[in-house]
Design a protein around this ligand. Structure first.
Ligand SMILES: Nc1ncnc2c1ncn2[C@@H]1O[C@H](COP(=O)(O)OP(=O)(O)OP(=O)(O)O)[C@@H](O)[C@H]1O
Ligand SMILES: [Mg+2]
Length: 240
């Protein structure tokens, strides 16, 4: 066994035209580790995840995934290697059923072989999905759509699961359900990158956190240390 991290990002840079949205983002995720990316609106969290996935072109930097230099590979190739991104805003197919949306997540031959087990796991985590299998995804509540999006991610048998603001816009009781499920996913040994504005949840769930500000990493510490940092609490948690 090598001690290579599952994901290693070095000096990532991403531009939108002339605007450099991300520069100097470096991070590592070890096997079985859950890390969070924190930072205010526009800090570059989504841009970083999408560039790591290969859904946005990189202007600089290197990506290693599962021991392989994957710099510049497109999203479809990364997804096939097991990097699964659950996007901000869910991006379901609204006129397809819950079951069809879930099954679309089984992107590799192995995932298709194990589809039945994966569906069962998704429904165990989110029992409402089993009741809504035949319903069109566009007619679900926001919380249910988020559950489908996470379930669809699990269908791909992620070796790295990247979640972009899974609680965005959800009622508090639904946020609790989603976070209970994420806790269970992490306890199965999943390797996770979580972007979350509900900083408290992210700090409870993850072992380490990176704080992004203006497109770069300004802090990288254990979540225990981040949770006791007064300036971070004031900046992102509305606590003083
Ligand atoms: N398609 C785009 N074209 C131009 N600029 C963009 C585009 N997408 C994002 N940006 C800019 O890049 C910067 C980083 O945006 P990004 O969406 O990565 O931030 P974020 O940390 O995910 O924020 P949020 O918490 O609001 O989701 C912001 O200044 C944003 O306005
Ligand atoms: Mg974002």
């Amino acid at each position: 066994m090598s001690n290579d991290p599952v994901l290693s990002v070095k000096n990532l840079r991403v531009r939108y035209g002339l605007f450099e949205a991300v520069f100097d983002v470096s991070l590592d995720v070890g096997a079985g580790e859950a890390i969070c990316l924190l930072g205010s609106n526009g800090a570059g969290k989504t841009t970083s995840l999408r560039a790591i996935l290969g859904a946005l072109p990189m202007a600089g930097g290197r990506i290693r995934f599962l021991g392989e230099d994957t710099t510049g590979l497109p999203a479809v190739a990364m997804t096939r290697r097991g990097m699964i991104y659950v996007p901000e805003g869910r991006e379901l197919f609204p006129t397809m059923t819950v079951q069809e949306n879930l099954e679309l997540g089984a992107v590799t031959p192995e995932a298709r072989l194990r589809m039945k087990d994966s569906l069962a796991f998704a429904c165990e985590l989110f029992p409402i999905l089993a009741e809504r299998f035949g319903q069109l995804a566009g007619t679900l509540s926001g919380g249910q759509q988020q559950m489908v999006a996470i379930g669809r991610g699990l269908m791909g048998l992620p070796k790295l699961l990247m979640l972009d603001e899974p609680s965005l816009g959800l009622a508090p009781v639904i946020v609790e359900q989603v976070y209970a499920a994420l806790g269970r996913i992490i306890r199965t040994g999943a390797t996770v990158v979580l972007v979350e504005q509900h900083v408290q949840h992210a700090l409870e769930l993850c072992q380490r956190g990176y704080v992004l500000e203006g497109g770069r990493v300004v802090q990288q510490r254990s979540t225990v240390e981040l949770a006791s940092d007064d300036s971070l609490r004031q900046a992102y948690m509305g606590v003083d």
